[in-house]
Design a protein. Structure first.
Lengths: 294, 70
């Protein structure tokens, strides 16, 4: 159907040939400019992909370490048989980062944060946002819930020093008044897939009351230390794993961008060459008709 | 038993990060370059009040060395 209409328009407008030709000349130049910029963009995205690939491998390596630490401390909490207390005050921590250009990784986080806050009983939950990208998105609807935001993180692999400082700032603020912390992060499933999930961080006061806690024979004096460490450890796990997912997502996004730019280059080159051919043919026709008219 | 550093107003995380810093400074020279990356915090934070962001501040760091030496 499309082909037929194309033929129809072509045969119906032979008188517009002159106008069409001059338009063709203009677009030829335009196509050339366009082609150049698309080629430049594809070069940039290709090198960004390379950078993201190397960063992914490194981030994955440190994620595997952080995950072991996180899982061990979470196993301890799980084995103690702790249950979420009725009416426990929650704190939502959203572990995102500052950098964009990595697909839907930040919007996926803030979407699940919004979904959580939209549930009736969570409407008043205080929120701590790590990273600027999620901040902007959460701010729009839930600015009142945000208590802290941290930025300047996510350009390198998060260190435990950084996490400790974030954790101590959160723990030091007595006005936050939370029992459980729910840490939203992007779980690294595979280099091409991530899944937004959450880590529940329990306070030591609840763990102490858990049925199997006595088996661990933890001395009372170090309970507070343990509480601080557990929270920081969970936060660190979330940040490092989120960083690995982000780098992997960036790699995929840049790979797609490079592929799309390649397609575009191909199409524009074809269009450019066709246009060039048409101009040459037209000029030849002009010369021949001019010569035969003599 | 109470911890001296807690009496001084530090929490466990601050205490352990200072301990880690001390350890990082005494490792052998060939490992220093790798380890140096783990030091230094550039994080900034802002406290929010009633839907408004406050000023962006540097995170509080506990200095263990005079600034000139760093």
């Amino acid at each position: 159907m499309f082909a037929r209409s194309a033929i129809a328009t072509r045969s119906a407008a032979p008188t517009l040939n002159v106008a069409g030709q001059s338009r063709n000349m203009a677009t030829l130049k335009e196509i050339q400019v366009r082609l150049k910029s698309v080629t430049n963009i594809s070069k940039i995205t290709a090198s960004m992909k390379m950078i993201a690939s190397t960063k992914t491998t490194r981030a994955q390596r440190s994620m595997n370490v952080a995950r072991v630490y996180g899982q061990v401390s979470n196993d301890f909490v799980k084995q103690s048989g702790v249950e979420k207390a009725e009416g426990a005050k929650e704190l939502l921590v959203v572990a995102s980062s500052d950098k964009g250009l990595c697909g839907g990784i930040h919007s996926s986080l803030s979407r699940s944060a919004r979904r959580y806050l939209n549930e009736g009983e969570n409407a008043e939950t205080p929120v701590v946002v790590l990273g600027d990208k999620a901040k902007v998105q959460i701010q729009r609807a839930f600015a009142k819930n945000i208590r802290y935001n941290f930025n300047q993180l996510g350009s390198t692999i998060p260190t435990f020093d950084e996490t400790s400082i974030i954790a101590s700032t959160i723990l030091a603020d007595k006005s936050l008044e939370f029992d459980n912390a729910k840490i939203l992060y992007n779980k690294f499933v595979s280099p091409i897939a991530f899944e937004t999930s959450s880590i529940e961080s329990f306070p030591i006061t609840q763990i102490v009351e858990a049925p199997n806690f006595a088996a661990y024979e933890v001395q009372d004096e170090i309970l507070e230390n343990l509480n601080e460490f557990l929270f920081a450890n969970n936060l660190h796990w979330a940040l490092v794993e989120g960083h690995a997912s982000e780098m992997a997502a960036k790699r995929t996004a840049m790979e797609n961008a490079t592929k799309n730019a390649g397609d575009m280059i191909q199409r524009l080159t074809l269009q450019y060459n066709r246009g060039r051919q048409a101009v040459i043919t037209n000029e030849l026709i002009d010369i021949i008709t001019g010569a035969s008219a003599l | 038993m109470s911890f001296a550093w807690r009496t001084a107003g530090m929490n466990y995380l601050q205490y352990s990060s200072i301990a880690a810093r001390a350890l990082r400074r005494v490792v052998k020279a060939d490992l220093q370059t790798e380890i140096a990356k783990r030091e230094g915090v550039a994080i900034k934070f802002a406290k929010w009040d009633n839907g408004k962001a406050g000023a962006l501040n540097n995170v509080p760091l506990i200095e263990t060395r005079p600034k000139a030496e760093n």
